[in-house]
Design a binder for this molecule. Sequence first.
Ligand code: ZN
Length: 593
Amino acid sequence: MYIPEEKISEILNTSDIVDIVSESVILKKSGRNFFGLCPFHSEKSPSFSVNADKQIFHCFGCGAGGNALSFIMKYHGISFPEAARMLARKYNVVLETESMDPARKKQVLVKESLLRLNKKVMSLYAGVLNETSKGKAARDYLENRGMTRDIIDEFYLGLAHDAWDDVVHFLKKEKVTRQVAVNSGLILPRKQGNGYYDRFRNRIMFPIFDINMQVAGFGGRVMDDAMPKYMNSPETPVYSKGRILYGLHAAKQYCRREGSVYIVEGYFDFLSLYQHGIKNTVASLGTALTKEHVRILKGYAGRMILVFDSDDAGINAAKRSIQIFMGEAVDTRILVLPDKHDPDSFVMKHGRDAFLELADQAKTIMQFLLGLAMDTHGLSVEGRIRILDEMKQHLALIKDSALRSLYVRELSETLNIDERAVLEKVRDAVIQKSTKQSSLMPDHPADEKILVSDPRERQILSIMLNYPNLIPEVVEKEVLSCFYSKRFQKIARKIIATESVNEGFVTSVMAKIDDNRDQELIASLAMDDFSGNDDMARTANVLMNRIIRIRKKTENILTTEIISAEKGCDANVTDLLRKKQLEIQQLHDSQQI
Ligand code: ZN
C-alpha cells in the first residue's frame, strides 16, 4: 500500500461511481441499477451494470467488476496508485506522496512534471502565435485556412519559432531537469553530443489534450510544402498514441448528445468540422486506429462514421481501419468524400448541411467493401466468384450471427448467387477462423464453474455482503470451516474483518482485497438481488445448516466406510476411500484458481 488505507476510503466515499463511469459509458437507469454497453468486452446489448447504493460495477457478460478505483484502473490501463491519484485530484482529496515507494513515487512525479511542462510550453507557443510580430505570417496562414479566432483560442493553437533553441532556452529558464526535458520529446540531443535542439521549428502547433484536459503532447504542421508536413510528439509517459484521440476532450459531450461520432484524420479536418458546428468529431492524427480507440469512443457514441478522402491513400486507410471496427461490433459507417475532398476542404467549400446530407448516406462496412470488390472484379461469373471469396473473409469477422445472415442475404442478392451457397462459403470461413483462434486463445471455463459448483457457499457470501448485520450469525455458526472452497473461505474472512458501516460496506471490503479476480467476484456477489425476500435471517440460517449438514454427512459416510474397511483389513478399499476423501478436498481446492 503506497497510499494509506484511510485515504483510499476517503476517495471512495467522496467519489461517485455513476458519475465516474458516465464519463466513459452511456448509462441508462433500469430498476435499481444503471446499465450500459461494457467497455471491457464487445457487445450489442447492455450487460454492464452500475449500482449506485453499493458503489460498484459488474458486467454480466464478461465478469469485469469492482469499485470506482478498479474501474478507473481497468479503463485507463493504469496502476492502483495512479487511479487513486486521478480520483483524488478530481474530488479534491489531498494525498501525500511520502508514503509511496520510491520507484512509484518517481513515476508519478515524472508524469506530473511532464504535464506541467507541456502546459507551460503550450502557453509559450500560443504567445508566439498571438503576441509577436513573427506570429503574423502564421496568423495569416490560419486565417487563410478559414480558422476563426474562437477556434484558435479554444484549442490553444500556437506557433513554434523558426529557431533551434527556443524551447531549449525556455526549459533552462524554467529550471526543468534534463530528464524531464528529454522525456517530454520537445527537445532532442544534438548528433555531435553537445547539448540539445528543438524538435518543433517553424510549425503551427496543436496541443493534444487527454480526456482530463491535460496537455499530453503536441502536433506541428509546416506552413509551406516542406516535409514532413506533420510531426507529432513521440510516445511519452503521458502520451500514448494508441489511446488518445485529438479533440475528444471537447467533443465528448456532443458525441453523447448526437449518439454518433465522426472520425477524421487531421487537425484541420477536426477543427473545420468543429467550427462548422459538427462538434461530434475526433481526429486519429494519422495513427492507425486501435481497439482501445474504438472502445473509448464506444463510451460516447453508438455509431461511428469514418470519414475518408476519395484518393487511394484514403481508401487504403479505410480498409485498414475496418477490421478493428468489425471485431468490436459497433455500428460503423464509411463516408468517402467526393472529388478528392478531405473533410476540411469539403466543409469549407460546401458547408455544414451538405456534409451532413452526405453523411446520412454513408455506407455500412459491408456496402463499402462490396462496392470496392465490385469495382475491382466486375460482375462477370468469374468476377462474382472472386467477390464472394473476398467477402466471405470479411463476413467471418462479424460476431453477431443475425447481422451476419442479413449481410449474407444482401450479398447473395447483389451477386445473384443462391443464398445457401453464400452461407456455406461464409460458414467455412467462420469455422476456419474460429479453429485458428481457439487454439491461440484458451478461455477460462474454470471461472464459470466455480459459480455453479458451490451455490450455497456463494449465496452465504452474497448475503454477508448485502446484509452485514447477519455477519455475526455466520461467525457464530462457524459455517466457514465447512466451506469446501478455500477461495470463498478466504473472501468470507475478509468480509468478517471489515468494519460494518452502513454506507460503502462493499467498497470497504474490496479495498481490503488485492486480487483483481476476487474483486470481480465480490462485485458480482454484491449485485445479487434479494428484494423479494423478507426474512433474510431465516434464509441464511437454512443455507448455513445445509452446508454444515452436507459437509458432516459426506465426511461421516467416508469415515465410517474407512473404519469398517480397516476392520475388515481390506487395504485396497481403505486406500480407495482415503483417496476419495482427498479427491473431494482437492476438487474444491482446485476451484480456487
Ligand atoms: Zn463486459
